[in-house]
Design a protein. Structure first.
Lengths: 161, 428
């Protein structure tokens, strides 16, 4: 199970990396066209959406690494290991609620705006662009569930509950 | 309801829920309690908040910094600065500030400065005999310049929120940024006698020249970027892309230190770091919707119209407020949330939005070295493996010198704006 989740995270990082690369190439191309005076308005949509996807994929993947900026003094000053683990579970649960809300409302939003079209490329639908919300939400939820389960197992193993 | 939300935020942050998720939960709870705004708005706001053109510069600046660090360009800057000033008493401390100033002129990120410059300087300062507190303190304090000397990520974000010219903000930040660096060097000078800082061996002039020549392409970057923005050759956002491309080119072809194979790793590191800041920005944006519903800006305005003292008092309150916020929140979400609230009052009082921005940016940059949540301090402390308390003690003299400069910004606000406006009227 842990392995499958690691693979999921690696894939998500790779997707985020791909979107960042796409973003960079389009930005460079956009600057080039501006200097030589060709109009390429499509680049605006592509940079915007690839940027947003890179951010949401990265943010989801960083949940697995516990890398989101947090204030850890309180937890660091707890003496007992049990208390620290219980606190970690509580934090994961709070994050899980938000991740699930993001998944649910993300789907609703994608459905609602599915048939809207891109500003500069009217042949493309807006729906898929919104899917980064539920994708980031559901992957974060999976990582958080894994953290909660492994923290609980470690509590049980140490005989704390 | 307001009190419940504030309490909820404080409790979440205090127990260690990541700031971005705490902001998200509070804005969802707040918006869910209002029938006037559909719950969905929390997430559409998060998505749309990232869609602004100016924000695109954030990953670009982080990429430029990562390319410099990974590609050994930072190391070249360090070598040439150390060769030039290393033989003075406290030489490495001076070089540390000097490199941070140059690095700040290329990168827009303070954290990247602490990580890149600190990794080299902290161990070498310690092995030369500096105490750990000083090594960490100089590194952390001088890396705050990354957000103040242009280009700067926080300036780009502020310009987007306050709808002012990024170029104008960049130019206005240049002189105060250099002054902050000089103030830190003055502290080094005062302490080098008192604490008997070590000095390195004098490097022959020919060697110094050679080192400077080798690092010239790197040293030229700030001139290229700032020059390009002033002359209107490219926009500030484009300057971020140019910084990355330039760092990549000199890393591959001139220094031959960046291998093509290493690029995916650099790219992924960039994505990880930028997504952390930008996700927090996205959730702050959702909370911003809630704050504007409560019309907090009107309340703040009423408050300030009621007290006497004018611009200086107002700005001092702004400094104290952002200093407090900066102790536990990153600069970007702090600005997203509170700039829209203080800006209208500042405008009513006749304070230039550029100066307001600069003062907020310097204050939040100082927040990067104030415990408990000061990212630059945390990064520097972890490189040296000392406690946050000890690190902050080492940082304190440099922090105080920066506070003095900040006070000068507040008191003589019109002065700092006069020269850039006269020299580059097109930018304002």
């Amino acid at each position: 199970m842990k392995k499958a989740i690691d693979v999921l995270q690696k894939t998500q990082i790779a997707i985020g990396g791909f979107f960042l690369a796409l973003f960079l190439v389009t930005i460079a191309y956009q600057m080039f066209t501006r200097f030589v005076g060709i109009s390429a308005t499509w680049t605006e949509d592509v940079t915007k959406y690839s940027f947003i996807w890179a951010v949401f994929m990265g943010a989801g993947a960083m949940v697995h690494e516990n890398a989101h900026f947090a204030f850890t003094s309180f937890s660091d000053n707890l003496k007992s290991k049990k208390a620290r683990t219980v606190l970690a579970i509580v934090i994961s649960l709070i994050m899980l609620v938000f991740a699930l809300l993001m998944t649910y409302y993300g789907f609703l939003i994608a459905k609602r705006f599915w048939n809207y079209t891109w500003v500069n490329i009217p042949s493309l639908k807006r729906g898929p662009t919104w899917l980064c919300l539920p994708v980031a939400g559901i992957t974060s939820a999976i990582y958080l569930l894994e953290h909660i389960v492994s923290d609980t197992i470690s509590l049980v193993k140490r005989g704390d509950i | 309801m307001g009190i419940i939300l504030v309490a909820m935020f404080i409790i979440f942050v205090a127990i260690g829920v990541p700031i971005s998720f705490a902001l998200g939960m509070v804005s969802f709870t707040g918006i869910a309690s209002l029938s006037a705004i559909p719950n969905m708005v929390v997430f559409t706001k998060m998505f749309n908040g990232l869609g602004s053109f100016t924000l695109l510069a954030v990953p670009l600046f982080i990429l430029a910094a990562n390319l410099m660090n990974e590609g050994g360009i930072t190391k070249k800057l360090i070598d040439s600065s150390t060769a030039a000033v290393g033989h003075f008493r406290g030489g490495l401390a001076y070089a540390n500030v000097l490199v941070s100033m140059i690095f700040a002129g290329i990168s827009g990120s303070s954290q990247a400065d602490t990580a890149g410059v600190g990794k080299v300087f902290i161990p070498s300062m310690e092995s030369q005999g500096y105490d750990k507190g000083t090594s960490v303190g100089v590194t952390a304090a001088s890396s705050t310049l990354g957000s103040i000397i242009p280009p700067s990520i926080t300036m780009v974000v502020y310009a987007g929120i306050a709808n002012v010219s990024t170029g104008a903000l960049f130019i206005t930040g240049l002189l105060p940024g250099i002054l902050l660096g000089l103030a830190m060097m003055l502290v080094v000078k005062l302490y080098s006698k008192k604490k008997n800082f070590p000095k390195g061996e004098r490097v022959p002039a020919a060697e110094v020249l050679k080192q400077t020549f080798v690092s010239f392409p790197a040293l030229f970057t700030p001139i290229l970027l700032i020059g390009g923005i002033i002359t209107g050759l490219f926009t500030p956002t484009e300057s971020a892309a140019i910084a990355s491309i330039y760092a990549l080119l000199i890393g591959i072809f001139f220094y031959k230190t960046i291998k093509i194979k290493a690029l995916p790793k650099i790219l992924i590191e960039t994505m990880k770091l930028s997504s952390l800041s930008l996700f927090a920005l996205a959730t702050a944006n959702a909370l911003g919707e809630l704050l504007s519903y409560y019309q907090l800006n009107m309340v703040v305005q009423q408050f300030f119209l009621g007290i006497i003292g004018g611009k200086v008092v107002f700005l001092l309150v702004v400094v104290l407020f952002f200093m407090f916020i900066g102790t536990f929140m990153d600069a970007i979400p702090a600005m997203v949330l509170f700039v829209p609230i203080v800006l209208p009052s500042a405008t009513v009082l006749g304070i230039s939005p550029i100066m307001l921005g600069l003062i907020i940016i310097v204050t939040l940059a100082l927040g990067l070295v104030t415990p408990p949540y000061g990212l630059c301090l945390l990064i520097a402390a972890s490189i040296s493996n000392i406690s946050i308390e000890e690190s902050f003690k080492g940082t304190l003299p440099y922090f105080i010198s920066s506070l003095v400069v900040l006070l000068l910004l507040v008191v003589f606000q019109d002065f700092w704006l006069a020269a850039p406006t006269a020299l580059f009227p097109k930018l304002f």
